[in-house]
Design a protein around this ligand. Structure first.
Ligand SMILES: Nc1ncnc2c1ncn2[C@@H]1O[C@H](COP(=O)(O)OP(=O)(O)OP(=O)(O)O)[C@@H](O)[C@H]1O
Ligand SMILES: [Mg+2]
Length: 507
């Protein structure tokens, strides 16, 4: 099958998201779609999937024009899509979710037993490792994604679109995902793969198509271009892919976490008697395979999760069991891991979101009246500095592209005087050009004397930013290493539980 998008234009208020875009997708090949945040990648794929309607342009299948009024039409034509935010019901089983996914209009009615058998068949065929009776909420993200993939395969999709599928996966899950992509390709399907990780595009794609500001700016052959070249093609200028920083000059201990213990509702240990500190003027990277207590550690420090025992303090101020507001007032910035849940209010404007945690401060209000001109000035400055691609500062934040939403949060959190910065997955979904800027801002916060803690499942990001690396394994600190005295390989061994400094010390 050959799917062709011809002259696609899509306008939203104040922005041309797709501007006369041409794109061809063929069976049996992987097409990577890359481009800056807001370039129009998701919009284009949503048009292909019948979720949005193009203002101009047409879609052709094997030379015949087609019209997709709804995603049901696209599915019937053999197009499947795996969104970044999965559309699964957490309290249902794998098989139940798969049944739910089948439109009754297709006349394909599946009962539960049949669904379970079908899931098993597809799981075997593509080595998905799915158990039909498992509850979605108990499954890791990587497996949930495979449930979405099995839904798409059950509907006989010939072209499968993945919108940033690897952003939420661990390195191990990413390897597994690529194996599945190879199997889909070998079965004759066509794959569209959106990613900001250029090495991934170079690794799996047969062709790479680059969008910039709504237009196709070029196509690249992965065997003829490298990461540096691709970054430049994407952003339109050379991009610094390594972090530029001087050696740290750590001062006094700022964040002190002492014997911290956190359990879940059923009493299971999440953070296990953890002790460490972060000093002013240093960046501590927290490495670990997802699910080893990083999320809960950050939640406990920032007042979002109950602490069973132990203490947290910042500059000697006790913040054990403080509220998120107390933590904020102690000059602590928090870039949350999940921007959809705790970072932005989508209905509020970009300008409002940029002062969300500070609207009551003297800077933006006097008594009960907001100083709107100051709020707007702040927004204009930050939008410019962080290169937030938005039609205006009054646009509601929820309509921004994923990466631009992330930039709004990072801009808000880093743009005040800070003692401590806690950044979880600070560049998730962000394009290479903006990663360069965000990393520079994190280093700048350090150089102005803040203590910085960066939590990332991307080991590359931890190693690039950190002056010191702490590895969490099953809720415990198993390594505390000077960045310059260690390497990816050693940190990887600690992450996998193969090494443990506690045992070395007592042995
Ligand atoms: N539903 C919407 N309403 C208004 N504007 C929108 C909507 N969806 C997208 N846009 C705008 O269209 C442009 C393209 O957005 P899109 O989400 O397609 O970008 P993207 O390339 O996927 O970016 P990212 O890499 O950040 O995900 C952006 O300027 C965005 O603000
Ligand atoms: Mg997108």
């Amino acid at each position: 099958m050959e799917l062709e998008l011809r002259g696609i234009t899509k306008r939203f208020p104040g922005v041309v998201a797709n501007d006369n875009v041409n794109l061809t997708i063929r069976s049996g090949e992987v097409l990577a779609l890359v481009g800056e945040n807001g370039a129009g990648k998701s919009t284009l794929m949503n048009i292909l999937y019948g979720l949005y309607h193009a203002d101009e342009g047409d879609i052709y299948i094997d030379g015949t024009p087609v019209k997709f009024e709804t995603s049901g039409d696209a599915i019937a034509a053999g197009i499947g899509m795996v969104h970044q935010h999965f559309m699964l019901v957490p309290v249902f089983t794998v098989a139940e979710n798969v049944v739910l996914g089948i439109e009754p209009t297709r006349g394909l009615s599946l009962d539960r037993a049949k669904a379970a058998a079908e899931v098993e068949r597809i799981s075997d065929e593509y080595s998905l490792g799915l158990e039909p009776d498992a509850l979605i909420e108990n499954l890791p993200v990587g497996i949930q994604q495979r449930v979405e993939i099995s839904k798409v395969l059950l509907r006989d999709a010939e072209i499968v679109v993945f919108d940033e599928p690897t952003a939420v996966l661990t390195p191990q899950e990413i390897d597994d995902f690529f194996r599945i992509v190879e199997a889909l390709k070998a079965s004759g399907r066509g794959i569209v793969f959106i990613t900001h990780k250029l090495t991934e595009a170079l690794r799996v794609a047969d062709r790479i198509s680059v969008l910039r500001r709504g237009q196709t700016v070029g196509e690249a052959d992965p065997s003829e271009i490298d990461e540096v070249g691709l970054a430049e093609l994407m952003v339109g200028r050379p991009v610094q892919l390594v972090v530029d920083k001087s050696p740290a000059e750590p001062g006094a201990s700022t964040l002190q976490v002492n014997d911290l213990h956190v359990v879940d509702a059923s009493g299971r240990t999440l953070v296990d008697h953890t002790t460490f500190d972060v000093r002013a003027g240093e960046i501590v990277g927290i490495a670990g395979v997802q699910g080893n207590g990083q999320t809960e550690l950050v939640e406990a420090i920032t007042g979002l999760r109950e602490i069973l025992s132990g203490t947290v303090s910042v500059d000697g101020i006790d913040l054990t069991d403080a509220s998120p507001r107390d933590v904020h007032l102690a000059a602590v910035a928090h870039v949350p891991e999940d921007r959809q849940r705790s970072g932005l209010v989508s209905e509020f404007s970009v300008a409002e979101n940029l002062v969300l945690t500070r609207y009551h401060s003297d800077e933006f209000s006097s008594g009960v009246t907001m100083n709107w001109s100051r709020v707007r000035e702040n927004a204009r400055e930050l939008v410019e500095q962080y290169d937030v691609r938005t039609p205006s500062i009054d646009t509601s934040a929820g309509t921004l592209s994923g990466g631009n939403q992330q930039k709004v949060i990072v801009a808000r959190e880093l743009s005040r005087d800070l003692r401590l910065v806690i950044a979880s997955q600070p560049t998730r979904g962000v394009d290479v050009g903006s990663i360069e800027y965000i990393h520079a801002q994190v280093v700048a916060a350090r150089d102005e004397g803040a203590a910085v803690m960066v939590v990332s499942t991307e080991l590359d990001e931890v190693m690039a930013l950190a002056d010191r690396v702490i590895v969490l394994y099953r809720g415990r600190v198993v390594a505390d290493l000077d960045r310059d005295a260690t390497n990816h390989n050693e940190v990887g061994l600690y992450m996998a539980g193969a090494l443990d400094q506690n045992e070395q010390a007592s042995a």
